[in-house]
Design a protein around this ligand. Structure first.
Ligand SMILES: Cc1cc2nc3c(=O)[nH]c(=O)nc-3n(C[C@H](O)[C@H](O)[C@H](O)COP(=O)(O)OP(=O)(O)OC[C@H]3O[C@@H](n4cnc5c(N)ncnc54)[C@H](O)[C@@H]3O)c2cc1C
Ligand SMILES: *[C@@H]1O[C@H](CO)[C@@H](O)[C@H](O)[C@H]1NC(C)=O
Ligand SMILES: *[C@@H]1O[C@H](CO)[C@@H](O)[C@H](O)[C@H]1NC(C)=O
Ligand SMILES: *[C@@H]1O[C@H](CO)[C@@H](O)[C@H](O)[C@H]1NC(C)=O
Ligand SMILES: *[C@@H]1O[C@H](CO)[C@@H](O)[C@H](O)[C@H]1NC(C)=O
Ligand SMILES: *[C@@H]1O[C@H](CO)[C@@H](O)[C@H](O)[C@H]1NC(C)=O
Ligand SMILES: *[C@@H]1O[C@H](CO)[C@@H](O)[C@H](O)[C@H]1NC(C)=O
Ligand SMILES: *[C@@H]1O[C@H](CO)[C@@H](O)[C@H](O)[C@H]1NC(C)=O
Ligand SMILES: *[C@@H]1O[C@H](CO)[C@@H](O)[C@H](O)[C@H]1NC(C)=O
Length: 627
């Protein structure tokens, strides 16, 4: 295991912040001895950030460099991603699954779907999910962000979130030769130009992804030349969170390195927070947090007076930490013997994730996908060499997405059927969210995303020496709501993760229809040139409505865009935080991560996580959401 501590000048009084291995002696003679340094050298901080993930490092850096001159301590359970191929190489984006930087969460068997366990891998590393995700960089449509404000949170709308996404990002505009070769199109005026997070197009685009653009156009879908300004419908070239070197961009690389420039910032890695310490006032005040190191030693990190704790442990761990600290639904906490400090039943409720189905096709002879990297050693060697020059297959993770509203996918009769299904509110959907979502669904907001995985990603019959592609079909606005709750008092036990997928009839029906439509992409002239006509998975045995429904139920995947377990909503609507992100009923505890997103959007979620970190920093430093 990589063992290192990241300590800053503020901590040790050194001239520069340092990255030190445990048990090593620095040139200036300071020996860092395991975790003892934590206790003996750490002074109380103004802000303690729990979790050095996507949103956590964003807010930590912004606060540390702000005019508040505030000391910021970040406690992250994982280590640094610097120099790890599985993090830095775009093509390796999902290879972390099952490694020691994967938390290894699983979704409880879903009673309305296949009743099997579904992986919900997540990054246990500085950068969090930004260090392990699929690199896709997208925005939803204006109305979807405005819905947060409509649900009761002043200032949380398209204008502020768009401004803060732009504050995070820096477009690296494609070179003329890349535009010429692949046809990349992006409207630079819709993207940030000077933020820390580099976004760019890969130096290599597999022909099958270019084919997805052509197939979409052949199906009559719009080619969107400006998908980042609040209208995301159609097929388009999507940016990736990578620079043009190309190295994946993570919140660690974007906001933390180089360390020297952030003297107010202290980051401890391999530091797992097990509890937030709250005093006994009627409106409890956080005094610090409990931290556990890999050797089992436990310490208290304290707050300075007037300080605050910022919880950024992600959608699974944030509600767990709130509950372990006595904030939540007493019907859940009391039976576990936890002293209830704040009765707040919204903690862990309102949970959702995108749902996803897949179709697999075989490429014709002469066409190769990433599958070939594992059966053709010559190719792997060639591509590894090319990558060191910034070129070739390994620079690519994704570059084409297609978002569509229901009227592009459904027939007129089916739209009537959709209206019929939507005339009844599903049990788990809150009424106000249902009213908004129904309007978005019927008013042309996109509800499905199609994109291509450049490898065999679903099915039973993968043949050796063969290259495949899989189309992923994602339902972007599920109505079903579930929960994430603890069922033990130990930080080492994962909470029970239950998105309640497919509880709503709409969620089943729409994903089945959208998946059936997915087959049409492969029947276009464009795809027929490069794929074997016969579908590999699920194949011709699935074709009726009932068969598609059965197929999606038995082959359901998580979309890896979990949200909502500490929702930004009024308290009476099961909210956990108000517009300033302070947890209801507490004085100085905020949540700053994707847990606050009250409803999912028709987009991948990392830009929203960065925007939440940026906007929270604006709120804390200026007292308002305007930047
Ligand atoms: C496999 C995968 C693929 C994805 N693909 C994409 C994509 O292509 N595009 C996109 O836009 N989005 C994608 N997403 C989603 C996106 O990355 C996340 O929504 C977003 O990064 C979440 O940010 P966050 O700050 O809420 O949480 P995270 O970034 O997960 O941060 C939480 C941090 O807290 C730490 N932590 C947790 N518990 C503790 C504790 N007790 N003590 C100390 N530290 C703790 C974690 O280790 C982690 O670093 C993907 C996600 C995954 C998992
Ligand atoms: C530090 O050194 C001690 C003594 O050699 C050893 O027992 C311990 O495992 C080391 N710790 C780490 C994290 O390498
Ligand atoms: C689920 O995760 C385990 C390791 O945690 C891994 O071995 C397995 O391949 C994963 N399954 C899928 C479908 O990714
Ligand atoms: C609180 O927990 C109880 C027991 O699990 C449950 O019945 C109730 O619905 C929960 N309340 C909320 C708002 O989730
Ligand atoms: C393996 O890759 C090499 C190098 O790209 C290529 O020339 C060769 O045709 C490939 N072989 C197979 C069986 O795909
Ligand atoms: C939906 O369309 C109707 C009719 O055009 C319009 O009145 C309404 O404002 C629209 N709603 C949204 C959320 O755009
Ligand atoms: C796969 O191809 C390689 C090289 O082209 C060959 O050596 C090997 O026997 C093939 N394997 C199978 C199972 O066809
Ligand atoms: C808690 O949930 C986990 C994960 O779902 C499960 O494995 C475990 O058996 C549950 N424990 C209890 C005490 O219910
Ligand atoms: C957050 O907002 C609430 C409600 O407006 C207010 O009572 C509280 O003082 C605010 N907290 C902070 C830290 O600004």
């Amino acid at each position: 295991m990589l063992t290192s501590l990241v300590l800053s000048a503020a901590l040790l009084g050194l001239a520069h912040a340092t990255l030190v291995d445990l048990n090593t002696t620095q040139s200036d003679g300071v020996t860092i001895l395991e975790t003892k340094t934590f206790e003996t050298t750490l002074t109380p901080a103004n802000k303690i950030v729990v979790g050095g993930g996507t949103a956590g490092l964003t807010i930590a850096r912004r606060l540390a460099e702000s005019s508040l001159k505030t000391s910021v301590l970040v406690l992250e359970a994982g280590g640094s991603g610097v120099g790890l191929n599985v993090v830095t190489i775009p093509e390796k984006s999902f290879s972390f699954v099952g490694t020691d930087i994967d938390w290894g969460f699983t979704i409880a068997p879903q009673e309305h779907a296949g009743e099997y366990e579904i992986n919900l891998s997540s990054g246990k590393i500085l950068g969090g999910d930004s260090a392990v995700n699929g690199l896709v960089w997208t925005r939803a449509s204006k109305a979807e962000y405005d819905a947060f404000e409509t649900l009761g949170s002043p200032g949380w709308n398209w204008d502020t979130l768009y401004a803060h996404m732009r504050k995070a990002e820096q477009l690296e505009y494609p070179s003329a030769s890349l535009i010429d070769e692949y046809g990349y199109v992006v409207d630079a005026s819709s993207l940030g130009e000077s933020g820390p997070v580099s976004v760019s197009f890969p130096a290599y685009l597999p022909i099958q992804h270019k084919t997805l653009v052509e197939a979409s156009v052949e199906l009559g879908h719009t080619f969107n030349t400006d998908a980042y300004s609040g209208d995301n419908a159609g097929v388009y070239y999507s940016l990736s969170s990578q620079n043009t070197v190309p190295v994946r961009e993570t919140s660690e690389f974007a906001y933390l390195t180089p360390w020297e420039t952030h003297k107010q910032l202290t980051v401890f890695t391999y530091a797992t927070v097990s509890k937030i310490n709250l005093d006994d006032s009627s409106e409890p005040k956080a005094t610090g947090v409990q931290v556990i190191f890999p050797d089992g030693s436990e310490y208290t990190a304290s707050l300075k007076s007037g300080g605050e704790v910022i919880l950024s442990a992600g959608v699974v761990r944030t509600p767990q930490l709130l509950e372990l600290s006595g904030i939540g639904n007493s019907s859940i906490l009391t039976p576990l013997g936890i002293d209830v400090k704040v009765e707040l039943p919204g903690v862990g409720a309102n949970y959702e994730d995108h749902t996803m189905a897949l179709l697999t096709y075989q490429l014709k002879d002469g066409y190769l996908s990433f599958d070939a990297l594992s059966y053709n050693e010559t190719l792997l060697e060639e591509e590894t060499e090319l990558y060191s020059e910034g070129e070739g297959w390994l620079t690519f993770a994704q570059a084409v997405v297609n978002f569509e509203p229901i009227d592009v996918i459904l027939t007129a009769d089916e739209i009537e059927e959709a209206k019929e299904i939507l005339s009844t509110k599903p049990e788990s959907t809150p009424q106000d969210q249902f009213d908004i979502l129904k309007e978005l669904i019927l008013n042309g907001t996109t509800q499905v995303e199609y994109l291509l995985f450049n490898s065999f990603s679903a099915g039973d019959d993968k043949e050796s020496n063969t290259s495949y592609v899989s189309l992923s079909i994602t339902h972007t606005h599920p109505l079903s709501r579930g929960s994430i709750h603890i069922n033990s008092t130990s930080i080492d036990d994962f909470p029970v993760i239950n998105p309640n997928m497919f509880e709503a009839e709409w969620d089943q029906w729409w994903l089945a229809k959208a998946t059936a439509y997915g087959r049409k992409f492969f029947q276009t002239q464009a795809f027929q040139e490069i794929v074997v006509s016969e579908e590999v998975y699920p194949g011709s045995s699935v074709s009726t409505d009932d068969e598609w429904l059965e197929y999606v139920k038995e082959n359901l995947n998580a979309g890896y865009h979990s949200a909502g377990t500490a929702s930004l909503l009024p308290k009476e609507s099961n909210g956990v935080v108000g517009a300033n992100l302070t947890v209801y009923g507490t004085q100085n505890l905020r949540v700053v991560d994707l847990s606050i997103l009250p409803m999912l959007i028709s987009a991948h979620t990392q830009p929203a996580a960065y925007a939440i970190g940026e906007l929270a920093a604006t709120l804390i430093t200026t007292g308002s959401t305007n930047c």
